[in-house]
Design a protein around this ligand. Structure first.
Ligand SMILES: Cc1cc2nc3c(=O)[nH]c(=O)nc-3n(C[C@H](O)[C@H](O)[C@H](O)COP(=O)(O)OP(=O)(O)OC[C@H]3O[C@@H](n4cnc5c(N)ncnc54)[C@H](O)[C@@H]3O)c2cc1C
Length: 284
């Protein structure tokens, strides 16, 4: 049963201050609407007041400086995948954008909405975890930066407080070095399919030894996660067949999937282990 559109209120905020005042008063942010509208269409959106934030210049644009690339929360998938610095330096994020939804969703869906919707199966969060992103939250009380890999605290639970909007996502640029990356979204199809497992891993090798490594995972637990046990297993090692096996074993501690409508826990755990092994091969 569809939601009754006239039962909903949607305010258009002209400035960030206006939006923050409305959010503080209990209005929910509405960016691209590609997650919100699905719930509305299913008749499951609790009657509520929304504030449209998509037009806010303060939440738009991609800034590049020597240290970091900073994306406004309203950056769409299309803008992410078309940005030359993102594509060159953060190819896993660009690939997540390429493989999210299809063209219409990519024109409308935003990075901020993907983060704040807090789905454990979302496709850009594993890349953001792997890249060590930070996110900025803003309210009428001020601004604060949060390490993204600490942000999701439980199923659909985050560190965001009432009255806060996500404003920016900052990804540190990496110094030169032998960096290797692997992003793989495993789903029923490459596009228009929700991930069964999503893997994003990056590592720096020095003389054939893993000197830095970060891995983000999606759809293997109640939140997107950082694969700490697998990261520890790879750190300081040479990628070889023995390390592939060790990575598969370690992944069983990081990936704790469930059975649901899209897949089984067994399939997801097997795929996550195979992706950990594939990552080691990519490093070798
Ligand atoms: C057909 C289809 C295919 C899809 N495919 C994929 C896919 O492949 N991969 C994937 O990860 N997702 C997919 N999605 C989900 C969705 O498109 C993404 O999660 C998208 O990034 C949501 O962004 P949005 O701007 O549309 O968010 P909205 O729907 O506007 O908002 C989503 C949630 O975030 C909140 N919010 C939005 N912006 C902010 C902000 N700045 N601060 C605080 N809260 C905010 C809203 O209140 C709401 O709770 C798909 C959706 C559809 C309909």
């Amino acid at each position: 049963m569809r939601g009754n559109v006239p039962a909903y209120e949607l305010e258009l905020a002209g400035t960030l201050d206006e939006a923050l005042a409305l959010v503080e008063a209990g209005f929910l942010p509405f960016a691209g609407g590609t997650d919100v509208m699905v719930v509305l269409e299913a008749g499951k959106l609790p009657v509520a007041r929304y504030v449209s934030i998509l037009g806010l210049g303060e939440l738009a644009g991609v800034e590049v400086d020597d240290q970091a690339v900073t994306l406004g929360a309203n950056t769409t998938y299309r803008e992410v995948r078309e940005h030359p610095v993102v594509a060159a330096e953060f190819p896993m994020l660009a690939q997540a954008a390429v493989e999210s939804g299809a063209i219409a969703i990519q024109n409308r869906g935003t990075l901020g909405g993907n983060i704040m919707n807090a789905s454990p199966a979302a496709d850009s969060p594993p890349a953001l975890i792997a890249y060590g992103a930070q996110i900025e939250l803003v309210s009428r009380q001020g601004r604060r930066w949060v390490a993204y890999d600490t942000f999701h605290t439980g199923y659909k639970q985050t560190l965001a407080k009432p009255g806060e909007l996500l404003s920016r996502v900052r990804i540190p640029r990496r110094p030169d070095g032998d960096w290797r990356q692997l992003y793989d979204k495993v789903g029923t199809r490459s596009w228009q399919a929700i991930s069964k497992v999503c893997f994003a891993g990056i590592a720096r090798l020095e003389d054939g030894v893993v000197r830095e490594v970060r891995i983000g995972l999606g759809a293997v637990g109640p939140t997107v996660v950082r694969a700490d046990v697998t990261m520890k297993t790879l750190f300081g090692q040479r990628p070889d067949a023995a390390l592939e096996l060790a990575a598969k074993v370690a992944m069983a501690s990081d990936a704790r999937p469930i059975d649901d409508i899209r897949s089984t826990a067994f399939y997801r755990a097997t795929v996550a282990a195979n992706l950990a092994a594939a990552f080691v091969r990519a490093l070798a």
